[in-house]
Write a protein that binds this ligand. Structure first.
Ligand code: OAD
Length: 230
């Protein structure tokens, strides 16, 4: 029985909820340039474009429902006698909507706004504009509270600590292209922790995992959580 499970999730777990992934054919990075919409420099150049991108994603995410994979993980967290920590790269709230409580959003959340003048954070409205004033300092410096390329992901100390104590590491629906998340499997291996990957197709980091389950997360993840039992 594995009693401290760390589960890393990526865009693939939300794909069957209708949210686009980044690097699959026709994915978000085929339609938008990363430099334009997911870097601090892009935001400095054209904040309205960046807000439009995240406003559209916020609207799409608000309409999405958790699928069988999110629900299976939430059930595992509720029923498993050990600890289950979800570390997600996703900025949607589908893990929480499925009932998960122990979730770290390492790339931030669409539901949050951040003032880049005073670092105050608040609940994001449905749509944001660059000159929206910060509720705390009043500066027109509103940005989405998401982590962009070139910025440091959130909760890294907590994640590293959880990985160092984990007895099983699972990665679901992530292509293994973006660090530091893509490096968690190597860290787990070095610590001697068993690793398992769930993906539609082999990912960049597939060869590093002890076990791979190919297929749709809505099928492979519930099959797996059932075998872990309660
Ligand atoms: P990607 O779009 O890079 O990868 C999604 C992965 O999910 C791919 O490996 C797909 O094969 C897999 N996949 C798609 N549908 C699936 C399904 N139904 N079941 C199982 N797997 C499926 O997304 P991420 O790895 O999450 O960061 O991307 C990581 C980061 O890169 C994102 O958080 C974002 C992006 O740029 C920032 O914006 C900072």
């Amino acid at each position: 029985m594995s009693d401290r499970i760390v589960i890393l999730t990526g865009a693939g777990i939300s794909a069957e909820s209708g949210l686009g992934t980044f690097r699959d054919e026709g994915g978000l990075w085929a339609q938008h340039r990363i430099e334009d919409v997911a870097t601090p420099e892009g935001f400095a150049r054209d904040p309205a474009l960046v807000h439009d991108f995240y406003n559209a994603r916020r609207a799409q995410a608000a309409a999405a429902k958790p699928n069988a994979a999110h629900k299976a993980i939430a059930r595992l967290e509720a029923e498993h006698p050990g600890e289950v920590l979800i570390v997600t790269q996703n900025v949607d709230a589908l893990h929480e909507a499925a009932g998960s409580r122990n979730v770290l959003h390492m790339h931030g959340a669409l539901s949050r706004a951040l003032c880049h003048a005073c670092a105050h954070r608040w609940q994001a409205p449905e749509a944001m504009q660059p000159d929206d004033p910060c509720p705390a300092c009043k500066a027109p410096a509103t940005r989405p509270d998401v982590v962009w390329f070139g910025e440091i992901p959130y909760h890294m100390d907590e994640i590293e600590e959880a990985l160092s104590r984990a007895t099983l590491f699972a990665a679901i629906g992530t292509s293994g292209n973006v660090y530091p998340a893509a490096g968690f499997v190597t860290a787990a291996r070095q610590l001697g922790i068993p690793t398992i990957e769930f993906n539609l197709d082999p990912s960049e980091t597939s060869p590093l995992f002890d076990e791979r389950r190919l297929g749709r997360a809505s099928q492979t993840v519930p099959d797996w959580t059932r075998t872990l039992g309660s």
